[in-house]
Design a protein around this ligand. Structure first.
Ligand code: GLN
Length: 222
């Protein structure tokens, strides 16, 4: 008889480079929820030149970062395209915040006109508009209830396939993906992308939904 594995393994993609906006708080909150439920959590920083198999983990997290770090990370990330793509397609849980969310898409176009390739897993793209940064409090409605957070980005994200991608929330206050459409973030299978810092998972409705998904998934795959 095998005993249930009570450790949750989280891969924090480029924790050392994409950490400007306090998104590590999301991981702290998830670890707290797991502790309350009798689980331990280990977090591996997956950084430049590391070997990485997404299927070694119960959850992938990719936080926000500044433009320079993002362009460095974007290149290294291409090595992991296949494993992250398979992981997302097989309905495993992932959260990408801001810069991390943007890099799951096809590309982002900088204000200097430079096209930085994303992972190309999700049909979306981001266009930088340096002259109108979206900064401030946000509030929006999701499937799991209301979320309050904070945004700080120049990138405007647009979906290229609205059948495949669904918005994470509908804006009540703030911008979200862009100033034109009134939606925040993205959902695809068990992957969520969001512009929300604060951190996002101080919203316990979302934190619990993600934690439950991680535990559900762990039971299936153990
Ligand atoms: N540099 C990106 C932007 O401004 C991402 C910022 C972030 O991750 N907060 O859109």
């Amino acid at each position: 008889m095998t005993t249930e594995n009570k450790n949750i393994k989280i891969a924090y993609l480029y924790e050392d480079l994409m950490n400007t906006y306090g998104d590590s708080g999301d991981i702290k909150i998830l670890s707290y929820i797991f502790k309350e439920k009798g689980y331990t959590t280990t977090v591996d920083n997956i950084s430049l030149d590391d070997d990485f198999d997404a299927f070694d983990y119960d959850f992938l997290f990719f936080g926000g970062g500044q433009d320079f770090e993002q362009s460095v990370v974007a290149q290294d990330l291409q090595h992991h395209k296949e494993t992250i793509s398979k992981y997302i397609e097989s309905d495993r849980p992932m959260l990408g915040i801001c810069g991390g969310y943007q890099l799951l898409g096809e590309y982002y176009l900088t204000s200097a006109g430079k096209k930085i390739q994303g992972l190309g897993i999700l049909p979306l793209h981001t266009i930088f508009k340096a002259d109108s940064r979206m900064i401030g409090d946000t509030k929006y409605e999701t499937e799991w209830g209301t979320v309050t957070a904070f945004e700080n980005h120049s990138g405007r994200t647009y979906f290229d396939d609205k059948e495949v991608l669904k918005p994470f929330g509908k804006m009540i206050e703030g911008y979200g993906n862009n100033p034109d459409e009134g939606f925040e973030g993205m959902r695809y299978k068990s992957t969520i992308g969001s512009y929300s810092h604060g951190p996002l998972l101080r919203n316990m409705n979302i934190a619990n939904a993600i934690a439950n998904k991680i535990l559900e998934n762990k039971k299936v795959t153990n």
